[in-house]
Design a protein around this ligand. Structure first.
Ligand code: ADP
Length: 249
């Protein structure tokens, strides 16, 4: 579903690349954890996939479409297929929960419909928001003010918004960084379960290796912009030189 080949990204000419000839693929429904120290390139990889930083070399293919150099309308259309869950949730605090959830549908709605929804949501739209919230366990918060929710509830709402978006690829950049350990387990488990159920390719960056082992199918370790180890989450990671060339992680 997501295939990256030989990706090189450099922020400024004459400086070392933030990503160097990185190759990685994630199948539909597969959950891959990206681990590595600060500065190893995890966020840059997400930015490159979302089209926010230019690619110097290599290819990014999503659902069979090469999106490496997409621009304008093509880039916007391609972003609809990518769900993003940020470290600090990026909901609009002053909006109601259902409005934030249905923001996931904006990519498939016309501007008049989106505006109408803000003021007079239809029964079907409210039902879609409620159903997404139910899947993440906070259906009772449908009409609450977003600012009144706890950090964990807000992260659930962000996941519900991604469900409404129906992406083919989900990128989660340290989604549990601001949560306490128990809640972090719940959110990771929910994210991985939903990715499996909806057949979405999930790429999630994490600080702690134990969490990657517990919840994910595969782990990829980044350092200095390259993959230094990879493997199944339930086995010791193989350094890249030990990986047979036929194995695409
Ligand atoms: P991580 O997410 O693993 O902490 P990043 O992707 O943020 O790593 O950073 C990878 C490298 O790119 C680091 O050397 C960092 O300093 C550099 N970098 C990140 N963002 C920028 C930027 N906007 N401009 C220049 N260099 C950047």
């Amino acid at each position: 579903m997501l295939s990256i080949e030989g990706l090189t990204v450099r922020y400024r000419k004459g400086t070392p690349p933030a990503l160097h000839e990185l190759s990685l693929s994630v199948a539909a429904g597969e959950r891959v954890a990206l681990v590595g120290p600060s500065g190893s390139g995890k966020t840059t990889l997400f930015r490159a996939i979302s089209g926010f930083v230019p690619v110097e070399a290599g290819r990014i293919v999503i659902a069979g479409t090469d999106i490496t150099r997409a621009r304008g309308r093509h880039l916007r259309a391609m972003r609809r297929g990518i769900g993003v869950i940020a470290q600090q949730h990026d909901l609009v605090d002053r909006m109601r929960v259902y409005q934030n959830v249905m923001a996931g549908a904006l990519g498939r709605w016309s501007t008049p419909r989106a505006l109408r929804f803000l003021f007079v949501p239809s029964r079907a739209e409210m039902e879609e928001a409620r159903s997404a919230l139910q899947r993440v366990g906070v259906a009772e918060k449908l009409r609450s003010r977003t600012s009144e929710l706890s950090g964990g509830q807000q992260q659930r709402v962000a996941i519900a918004r991604t469900l409404v978006q129906q992406p083919v690829v989900m990128l989660a950049d340290e989604p549990i960084a601001s949560l306490d350990p128990d809640l972090a387990q719940h959110i990771l488990s929910l994210l991985c379960q939903l990715a499996g159920e909806t057949r979405t390719a999930l790429l999630c960056s994490l600080h702690q290796h134990e969490q990657a082992e517990r919840h994910f199918d595969r782990i990829v370790r980044l350092q200095d912009g390259t993959i230094v180890a990879r493997g199944d989450a339930d086995a010791p990671l193989a350094t890249v030189s030990q990986v047979p060339s036929a194995c695409s992680a």
